[in-house]
Design a protein around this ligand. Structure first.
Ligand SMILES: [Zn+2]
Length: 293
């Protein structure tokens, strides 16, 4: 996998084998600065993925807002949307994380087998490899954006077929127990990358929650992929948003917001001003890649 190869490259640089790393792949450019912080492809990847331990260790499970809960690891997001008619799991992450997610669901007082619907942000293993095993354990229906179905079908951990019970299309709704999630095609990172939106109620207020898919561009952008990203970066700016979330916690500064959670204080996950921060970082990087910087 390219991700693994790049991380190995980064590790090799630290170990001093710079020559080998360069021989393996392109150098770590471009660099872009957004809000005073500088990002490179390697720094974004490192921020997103962390160590193997980070990918596999539960982040303390917690309520995000209303009926939305975090049940993922330190660097791979997984969200549980709780309804009176069963629950929705967004992003199963790696298959090996299924027991970690189950434990987090149970720590919050919910039942794993109450998961009725499995959704995903995009067809990469770190977000959707666990779909088959979670479906086996819960009987949930797997629903996925049509444009990502070919890549999902090719994702077969242990030879298991990737289940797809319903293909959704841009703008379609998934409903369960009074919760409605809308699928927005935000393609580019993958052809079917999906940003999901819903409304959550808390303390008498309604909030627009946005589960952003990764908007990270590849090292080289083809014209077809550029067309996807152009549409996507325009699209994400039109989404009503009070609570920005992401498929990797660093995309919405989970650590910092979680530390700010205090009884009686405003909910730190309500962050209208931060709704487009990650999109701006990724668009800056995408434009720098396009310009060949
Ligand atoms: Zn990805």
């Amino acid at each position: 996998m390219r991700l693994a190869a790049r991380l190995t490259g980064a590790a090799l640089i630290t170990a001093g084998f710079v020559g080998l790393a360069v021989a393996q792949g392109p150098a770590d450019h471009p660099a872009v600065t957004v809000d005073g912080k500088t990002y490179t492809p390697a720094s974004i990847l490192a921020r997103n993925m962390g160590s193997v331990e980070d990918q596999e260790t539960a982040f303390p499970p917690h309520k995000v807002v209303g009926n939305v809960y975090y049940v993922g690891t330190r660097t791979l997001s997984s969200f549980l949307i709780v309804t009176p008619q069963g629950n929705i799991l967004l992003d199963t992450t790696y298959e090996r994380n299924a027991p970690v997610i189950r434990k987090s669901v149970e720590q919050l007082g919910f039942t794993f087998s109450d998961i009725r619907i499995i959704l995903g942000n995009h067809a990469h293993g770190d977000h959707q490899e666990g779909d088959a095993v979670v479906k086996q354990a819960t009987g949930a229906q797997v629903m996925a954006m049509a444009e990502d179905v070919p890549a999902l079908r090719a994702m077969k951990p242990g030879g298991k077929e990737h289940p797809i019970d319903r293909e959704v299309h841009d703008g379609e709704r998934v409903t369960l127990g009074g919760a409605t999630l809308v699928a927005h095609l935000t393609a580019g990172h993958t052809p079917g990358a999906t940003t999901w939106t819903m409304k959550a109620a808390e303390a008498g207020k309604s909030y627009d929650v946005v589960f952003f898919s990764s908007l990270r561009a590849p090292a080289a952008v083809s014209p077809a992929v550029a067309a996807m990203f152009e549409r996507t970066f325009a699209r994400v700016r039109t989404l009503p948003c009070d609570v920005p979330l992401g498929d990797h916690p660093a995309q919405y500064r989970l650590q910092e917001k979680y530390s700010a959670l205090k009884p009686g204080a405003p909910n730190p996950f309500v962050d209208k001003a931060g709704c487009l921060t990650e999109a701006r970082i990724q668009e800056a990087m995408y434009r720098a890649v396009l310009a060949g910087k």
